[in-house]
Design a protein around this ligand. Sequence first.
Ligand SMILES: [Zn+2]
Length: 197
Amino acid sequence: MVDSSTVSTETDLTDEETPEAEPVLEGEELRVARAEAAREVLLGTAGRYHDVITYQALGAAVVERTGVHTKQLLQYWISDVLLRVARECAARDEPNLASLCVNNTGSVGEGYRAAVLAVTGEEPADADDHAAGQRLACHRYFEATNLPESGGQAALAPKLAASRSRARKNAWEAREIPLCPDCNLALPANGVCDECA
Ligand SMILES: [Zn+2]
């Protein structure tokens, strides 16, 4: 992924470098270090059945572990980190740890879809359903402490499950019900009015 803000940050660091400056990770080294830190954090998440971690929490943990604070906004670097995590998992023949990272709505977001496509060559029909399956595979593979003996079940993040449930309910309540043109009562499934037939 081309990331123009990363390039400009690197240029700024080089321009401002002074002989006294402590060596800091930057460029490719920083991206590798961030991906390694993210993997460690996500392994912890995988170890807890049905746990997920938000982009914000993962980003903060990565910053803390690498010790590198940049002015660059999380949104500009976290996708690269998760893509690298996904690639590493694929190389190790592991389920995708990046599936454990969700946004504030409980969704893995478009970045996940793009990363799965980039790594596997296949685009998931529904990124969140795909991620739910991968998360369960992670909990099993990395032996989550509280995994049920039955093997557990795939689950959407609680917030997303709640909002999808609401959406289904709203769609059901807002559905078009065919009415009898004569008496205006709801027609049964066979389309023949019980009252007027
Ligand atoms: Zn009728």
